[in-house]
Design a binder for this molecule. Structure first.
Ligand code: BG6
Length: 633
């Protein structure tokens, strides 16, 4: 027997348990695009047991060969798209383990004949009675299929310590609101134990998502600053360039909020915001995540905005509006974009806003978690002409270009004291050779080995729906009047910008790397070099600036001395603005500053003030060149 064992903390990649995988919805898109390619990859990388079989369950008669032929075509396309060639040996082996089983989901006899086939597989292929039922069907069939399995006697496995196992993978969406998710949980928990249920969210199969825990908890560096003391806010973006493609009917019922937020985006949120678990045991991790989701304050309607794409251009190609997509109503009010602000009521996150956005037909495909650190104290730079600092960002790039980057300010080389934003990049591709994968391999493997860490527990799913329920309720009452409200290929509707602007913030650009590069290479606008930092001239200039201020206010107590000085600001956004918008958003370089004549150290009397003023007038408008301090190499 293979009992559920947490394996996440180890990297041992031994083959999974012998088993049969029964795929409900075997003729569907999910099966051909993801589930079967994942099984194929698992065979190639030695993750499948030799004692293995697959039964495809679907309504509609079809021969084994016809089913496998369709899958072969899909697999060839998938392998070809990733620049490879079909591994015939692996596919021949896998397809020889596969059979098709026709039947309706509400027909008990189809499940009884399935039971006979499973016995046969157990006997002939040595699968030891272990069965993984994969529900790759629309949500409305989940409850029915599970009940039929019970009636056919297919879910009993003698408990967690039985001699074999029966497990069920349930695809998202798990319910369509809090009430339906709760009802579904109640229904299936009458039939299955919680430890038999694997509610899948394929985002958790992504290496970069799994890495969030490793990154946070395996490095002493980050955890101490991972809180409200150091973090200003967090932005989570899942921007897609694809539209709804052939999924119009599904999407019309679902919309961006249900499709992406209580599942994918909240998974990212939970990973980034959870407290450290006491171990990598599935329950320890899932409990921490559940606590985090439960601490999300119910999101108020005014903190969420929705959008729908109109026509435009995506990746240089003309793109139609959502309402022109197949199987979409011409006056549809389904949202294809959503953005929201939420708060997590914990000691760690109190007062730190989390901004989430996701949309289709956007200008660039990117999934990232961006952590914005609080600005440095201003004091040492006071009077330098630098009136704002650039934000420090830690960005976990989930896809594409998987990696992590840290953005901070450095001194731009040259005589001028000017800051420039730069980025330190870690790219997965530079360090690791990745096996081709569709993201389901790890999840299937985990299910076959009884590791539920990356799957959703009943309470987690319901907590996710609970957090977004106020928005669902509000949106069902109010019809958006401005749809479509963003152009295909843009960064979403203007109201999404307003959501952040209210807090004095802005979204990171979808193409932040290009924007950063533009900022870094932007030519300084002033060609008069300022003195080097900490030079005597620099110190004098500061004093003069203070003196000038004092003179202006006519309550001058002291004079200052030193040469005239000019200083340019760094090319940073103006205070209050963030780097999000574009290179154009940078603050204009300040005009050359103070020029004062030497003045006496003694207290200034009125005549002295006059003299100083006259001297200033007489001073050259361009300051004398200051010798640059050599830059350290
Ligand atoms: C699915 C959604 O769950 O995730 C799709 O239903 C979305 O609408 C997809 O496109 C995004 O996943 P990925 O892995 O392509 O980023």
């Amino acid at each position: 027997m293979s009992q559920a064992q947490p394996k996440r903390a180890t990297s041992r990649a031994h083959p999974a348990d012998p088993c049969t995988v029964v795929i409900f919805g075997a003729a569907g898109d999910l099966t051909s695009r993801l589930v079967v390619p994942a099984l194929y990859n698992m065979r190639r990388t030695g993750l499948l047991a030799d004692n293995f079989s697959v039964i495809g369950f679907n309504h509609g008669k079809m021969t084994d060969n016809a089913w496998k032929k369709g899958l072969t075509t899909a697999l060839e396309r998938f392998v070809g798209n990733s620049g490879g060639k079909l591994d015939n040996e692996a596919w021949d082996w896998l397809s020889s383990q596969m059979t098709y089983h026709a039947g309706d989901f509400d027909d008990l006899t189809a499940f009884q004949s399935l039971a006979i086939k499973l016995k046969d597989a157990e006997r002939r292929r040595g699968t030891k009675g272990n069965v993984l039922f994969y529900l790759a069907t629309p949500e409305r069939f989940f409850g029915d299929v599970i009940e039929q399995l019970q009636k056919a006697g297919l879910v009993d496995d003698g408990g967690p310590d039985g001699d074999f196992w029966r497990r069920v993978i349930i695809e998202k969406p798990f319910g369509h609101d809090l009430a339906s998710a709760h009802a579904l949980n109640e229904r299936i928990l009458k039939v299955l134990r919680e430890d038999q249920i694997y509610r899948i969210d394929h985002f958790l199969g992504k290496e970069t998502v799994q890495n969030i825990m490793a990154f946070r908890f395996a490095n002493g560096l980050f955890e101490p600053i991972w809180n409200r003391d150091r973090i200003d806010h967090v932005q989570i973006t899942v921007a897609e360039t694809v539209g709804v493609e052939r999924r119009g009917s599904f999407y019309e019922q679902t919309g961006a909020l249900r499709d992406m937020v209580p599942n994918h985006l909240f998974q990212l949120l939970a990973m980034v915001a959870m407290e450290p678990p006491t171990s990598f045991d599935a329950e320890a991790v899932r409990t921490r995540k559940a606590e985090t989701i439960e601490a999300i304050r119910p999101i108020q309607p005014e903190d969420a905005i929705r959008g729908q794409y109109g026509p435009g251009a995506v990746n240089g190609e003309l793109a139609i509006s959502y309402r022109d997509e197949p199987n979409v109503a011409p006056d549809s009010v389904t949202e294809t974009f959503v953005a929201m602000k939420l708060s997590i009521d914990t000691w760690r996150w109190s007062g730190v806003p989390f901004y989430l956005r996701t949309g289709k037909h956007m200008g660039r495909r990117t999934t990232e978690i961006a952590i914005r650190f609080k600005s440095a104290p201003f004091a040492p730079f006071r009077g330098t002409g630098m009136d704002a600092f650039g934000p420090d960002w830690l960005v976990l790039q989930i896809q594409p270009d998987e990696g992590i980057s840290l953005q901070f300010d450095v001194k731009r080389p040259g005589p001028r004291v000017e800051l420039a934003p730069v980025r330190m990049d870690f790219k997965y591709a530079d360090w690791f050779r990745a096996e081709p994968n569709v993201g389901y391999e790890t999840l299937l493997y985990d299910c076959m080995t009884g590791d539920a860490t990356l799957f959703q527990r009943a309470d987690m799913v319901e907590a996710c729906w609970r957090a977004v329920q106020p928005i669902l309720d509000d949106w069902s009452q109010r019809t958006p009047a401005d749809f479509p409200n963003y152009a295909s290929g843009s960064a979403g509707p203007a109201s999404a910008d307003t959501l952040l602007a209210l807090g004095g913030r802005s979204w990171r650009p979808l193409n932040s790397a290009a924007e950063l590069n533009a900022r870094r290479t932007a030519k300084p606008k002033v060609d008069t070099p300022p003195p080097a930092l900490k030079s005597p001239e620099r110190r004098a200039a500061t004093k003069r600036a203070a003196a000038k201020k004092a003179l202006r206010s006519t309550s001058v107590k002291k004079t200052t001395r030193g040469a005239s000085v000019t200083r340019a600001t760094r090319g940073a956004p103006a205070k209050g603005a963030t780097r999000g918008a574009s290179a154009k958003a940078t603050a204009p370089v300040q005009k050359p500053k103070v020029k004062t004549a030497p003045a006496k150290k003694t207290a200034i009397k009125k005549t002295a003030i006059k003299k100083a003023a006259a001297a200033r007038k007489a001073a050259p408008t361009k300051r004398a060149p200051t010798k640059a301090k050599p830059t350290r190499k």
